[in-house]
Design a protein around this ligand. Structure first.
Ligand SMILES: Nc1nc2c(ncn2[C@@H]2O[C@H](COP(=O)(O)OP(=O)(O)OP(=O)(O)O)[C@@H](O)[C@H]2O)c(=O)[nH]1
Length: 365
């Protein structure tokens, strides 16, 4: 830090990471509802283009900035810099900033943003990278997904969440595995992210030296614009598609930048599909979603939706990770809101045509 940068004048930034469905929104909702006397600006980025995450956040006085620009590792850095710069113009309006990354993002480029841009660096300091992991699914994720390992390796604080879904033996295995990847992070166990907020925010935990030992190029990465390098094969779809687009969007992990930890070597492709309908018939929808998640569950990394059921005045929120699905009423539909059902699946090798047609068959007559 230079002499001109006074840490107490810099707004602390927490980068919230964790694989799809681990519990990031659950943690954010806790932060937004708890009575802590702090004012947070929240920046969310999500994969899947119908903007459901914002709807799943509790209504609060905090300001939420949504960025749906697809892969955060390529396209969002420029946006993130601009968003933070705009926030800084209203500096006294916030005590802290939280950036929630999409579940499949590598947190490193997001963290880099707070070192690369001079204006941002002068006004904000990276406080900690907090990773939420799903105790039930993390071991499997670490086997098949490099981003999940990057997220754990990079974190300063790790919440081992969903402890209710595993035995104490499984939990001990999870902790051992996580510690073997990252012995430096502070671990907390949690159910529904029920951890004291002070253990997560304003930790002063981000350790640049450790990150440089992990990634000597951390401060030297060249691409701090919205552009990817010539070898990038990410689909930069959101430039082309509007909010009503229901194309299949692919996130190829064939990306191989020749530097540092930014190396998505695995060749799996994760796709997201957004389905839309009007009112649904619950007697058709629930058997359908049960069947879909039972049969295709292993490939469904994440499912979430906001649904309108015929004659039901309330919005219904449904969510799932693999075969675990939960749903509940959220609140009344507002008069100004179109009664629209939106459902997003993120996964591998899903039969999209069948999903689309069978979802359409759940429409209320
Ligand atoms: N059983 C159980 N379910 C949990 C727990 N924490 C969160 N969930 C559920 O897990 C699902 C995913 O939680 P979210 O907080 O939306 O996860 P996320 O990381 O924000 O998900 P993405 O934004 O899609 O990556 C939701 O259905 C939550 O209600 C927990 O400790 N135990």
């Amino acid at each position: 830090m230079s002499a001109t940068q006074d840490a107490s004048a810099q707004i602390p930034v927490t980068v919230l990471t964790g694989y799809l469905g681990a519990g990031k929104t659950t943690l954010l909702n806790r932060i937004l509802t708890e009575n802590h006397g702090q004012r947070y600006a929240v920046i969310v980025n999500e994969f899947g283009e119908v903007g459901i995450d914002n709807d799943l956040l509790v209504e609060s006085d905090e300001e939420i900035f949504e960025m749906n620009n697809g892969c955060i590792c390529c396209t969002v850095r420029g946006d993130l810099i601009r968003t933070v710069q705009n926030l800084m113009k209203r500096k006294n309006a916030f005590d802290a900033i939280i950036v929630e990354t999409t579940g499949i993002a590598d947190p490193a480029p997001v963290a880099q943003t707070f070192f690369m841009d001079d204006d941002v660096r002068a006004a904000a300091r990276l406080d900690a990278v907090v990773a939420v992991v799903d105790a039930r699914h993390v071991l499997q994720r670490l086997e098949d997904t490099e981003e999940a390992e990057d997220q754990v390796a990079f974190a300063d604080v790790i919440l081992i969440n969903k402890t209710d879904l595993v035995s104490s033996e499984e939990l001990a295995n999870v902790e051992a595995r996580i510690q073997s990847i990252n012995p430096y992070a502070v671990l907390h166990r949690s159910e529904r992210c029920g951890v004291e907020i002070a253990k997560v925010l304003d930790r002063g935990a981000f350790d640049l030296d450790r990150i440089l030992s992990l990634d000597p190029h951390f401060l030297a990465h060249g691409h701090h614009s919205d552009e990817c390098g010539p070898n990038c094969d990410h689909d930069h779809h959101s430039d082309e598609c509007g909010s009503n687009c229901d194309h299949d969007h692919q996130h190829h992990h064939g990306h191989d930048h020749a530097h540092g930890r930014h190396h998505h070597g695995d060749t799996h492709s994760v796709k997201s599909i957004s389905l839309k309908a009007g009112d649904l018939n619950p007697d058709m929808f629930f058997p359908w979603i049960n069947q879909v998640t039972q049969v295709q569950g292993p490939n469904i990394l994440r499912m979430k939706g906001i649904l309108a059921f015929k004659d039901d005045p309330q919005r219904y929120v449904i969510q799932g990770v693999h075969m675990i699905v939960e749903g509940d009423h959220q609140r009344d539909w507002k008069e100004s809101e179109p009664r629209e059902s939106r459902l997003v699946f993120i996964g591998r090798d899903l039969n999209w045509d069948v999903l689309r047609d069978s979802f359409a068959a759940c429409a209320a007559q």
